[in-house]
Design a protein around this ligand. Sequence first.
Ligand code: SF4
Length: 369
Amino acid sequence: MLLKPSRYIVTVPTEQGVTLCNTLTKSIIEVTSSSANTVFAVLKSPNERAENFCETIEILRRTGFLVETGYDELAWLESQYRRQEEATSNALFVTLIPTMKCNLACGYCSQEFMPFEITEDGTNVLLKFLISELRNKGRLYLTFFGGEPLIRPAFVNRVCTELNNLADAESKKVEFMMVTNGVLLDEKVSRNLLLSNRVKVIQVTFDGNQKSHDSRRIPKDGSATFSRILGNVKLMLAVIAEKKLDSVRVMIRVNLFNETLSEIDALLDYFTESEKRHFRIYFRPVFNTDHWKKENADNSRLTEYFALAEAKGFQVSRNMNYGYQYCEGGGGANWLNIMGNLDVWKCSNGNSESVASASTCQCASEAAH
Ligand code: SF4
């Protein structure tokens, strides 16, 4: 079998050598400095080195860094995209970012660089677009994101109320999700989101354990937020249990900053057995700026954190399946991110790549593809 290097290889120098990433197969290989020359030589001309480096070649082939010469990776990628497009052709997935302002000021966050806010007029235009899409497609999945979406409660209320009313009246499906830092998620807000607005998925983030969280997930005055957020999450879980809201999914995201397993163990112990039944938990290292990437270099062993949570009786979201997509920032077929100024991004990480404006409805709809 003749082989060629994948066209989707990204190399990142590290202190120990180099990390190879394949953005198509999502494989990651750490290569030490002493092996780097060999690996690059094999990648460059695998067929000439087949005899001497069969073990290296087998690893690179299995992980997708080497592929058969006749294999068309781009054609495979396009077929995956078309498949997802067909599967979601009667649905639109929208991440809505009404504001990038936040009541917290986490050091790794990009919110301060994007000061836009949705206006009353903007909300009117946005709703016109969403209503037209819900009518045309029949299914709309909307995620409130930010910044902190709960600092715009009237906006959230209005969007949910108008779209729920339309869906009820015309037998369409609309589903709301919210990603919040949890500071404003008191019992009244939880009841409103879950019972009136019918939000179906709520995600709250902790930055590691209490000590780590209170040093990073902080308002500008530096005060602690862990206890307040934990208390709010517990109140929300109590509402879900009381009202038997079995279709509601709560996600707890734990950001990792070089915490040890024992530190995360202490975080998990804050939840009771009955609370564990009402949410799923997952772990992610935080990578954003160069500073945080450096600070957070050791958190590649995510499986250990997932195994710990499972051993302690938590339901985990181990593997978010994004198909051909490499990251969790969106970007799939029929997927849009709409910003507070109505700019449309294909991906929530695409801050310099506005592809359309929701104020011109047709363009925004086309950008979903
Ligand atoms: S809570 Fe989220 S949006 Fe707010 S500062 Fe922290 S990371 Fe940024």
